[in-house]
Design a protein around this ligand. Sequence first.
Ligand SMILES: [Zn+2]
Length: 467
Amino acid sequence: MMRWPNSTGRWRSSRGCRATCAVSCSPGFPRDSARRRPPSRISPGCSTARTDSPSVYGAVPTTGWPKRTRPSVAKRKPATRSRGQGRRGWIPLSPCSSPTSRSRRATGSDSDEGIVAIDAGTTEETARAALQALRRVTSRPITHIILTHAHWDHIGGLGALLESNPRVIAQAAFGEELRVVNGTRVPFKYFFGATGSRRRYDVRPDHLVRQPETLTVGGTRFVLYPARGGETADALLIHVPDRDVLFVGDAFMPYLGAPFVAEGSAEGLFETISLIRSLQPRILVHGHPPLTDIYTAGAMPAIEAALQELYGRVRTAVGEGRTLAAILRDNILPASLREHPAAVTPYLVMRDNFVKRVYHQSTGYWKPDGEGMEVLAPEEWAAALDLLGGHREDAFVRTVRGLAERGDDALALKLADLALVRYPSSEALTTLRRRALDSMRLRHQQMSPFKFIIYSEWAGAELSPVE
Ligand SMILES: [Zn+2]
């Protein structure tokens, strides 16, 4: 199971939306515990969308993949009206919500059309919890599940949401992306739980979207746009024009494609931004709530301008044979951002990973500085450094400590890792390594959630506030 912090579900009712829309959430980002959470362990679960939108959206969490075979559309029973129906609005599908007065505000006029869910979360366990929360406000069946893309944290809970035989809809390239997901082994347990990424997903949508099409449920139009998003090529954007809302899934992330997967493209990202420009929605709802806060419709033109400049400069640098390290050290900050402070954070959150993806997609496996020509194992590096240090453990200890004291945490971590290859039982090196990892967790907890998660796992730490 992925471990992500919860955030409090906040939402409010909408007017005039006759279908109920529940947005399944994907994980939020690790929070800066010092500011946002009491000093307790970060728990798995879901997070929810923000409130300052005209509608309510909720979130669902996640789980293991259903063994059952997807029922065919023809076999499905028609939705029946039952207790709880007759409400309208966006219902939060989130275990983070409770049946408080807040949730009771999500009421409205009649609809017997049921619920449209967007994504299914990471695990069945959390999807079930979300469903229970949903059932406190409505008993209407889920009639449609729209998958924004084939990532594990958006499809893993699907099995828990199939009871009412909903129609599962995805983009035409969904199967191709699912093959990439199933074919990539990612060792980080903090993303995937004890099974790591060994879980294989068998999702067969009932309907694939190849070109824009409209789904109308309870009088509410959901216009589905296939897109080559920034993260995956199977992005499906859902526009609710009557509410001025566009659900963009993970088209925007602090990465250009998951960093450990061969996917993502700047070109796809720009195409998606162009689509957003043509639709002019007032609200963008992202698959990860913190992104809804920063990648806003209002900031999008300035984000696009800054990223276009970054893209151009990286491509130029590649053409000049410059190295990745040199490009990253340029700290490219387009002057256009001065006039658009709202675009600075979204730009910076994405920048370095954007540079890395574009650089790797634009170069061969032998880099201009020779990287990749000779691939040396950690044992070889460790042996060479040990020779340099006179075969003395204290030489490593002194150097790692010195690097840490001057703030070179990444270097301190690298050297500690190599030193432990030679001196695996060294308590001093183990302690220094842990300190370096904690410094890296602290350094990246705000802007690079995946780094924060991986350094936490390497430290053997709970995903709790940095100690
Ligand atoms: Zn994703």
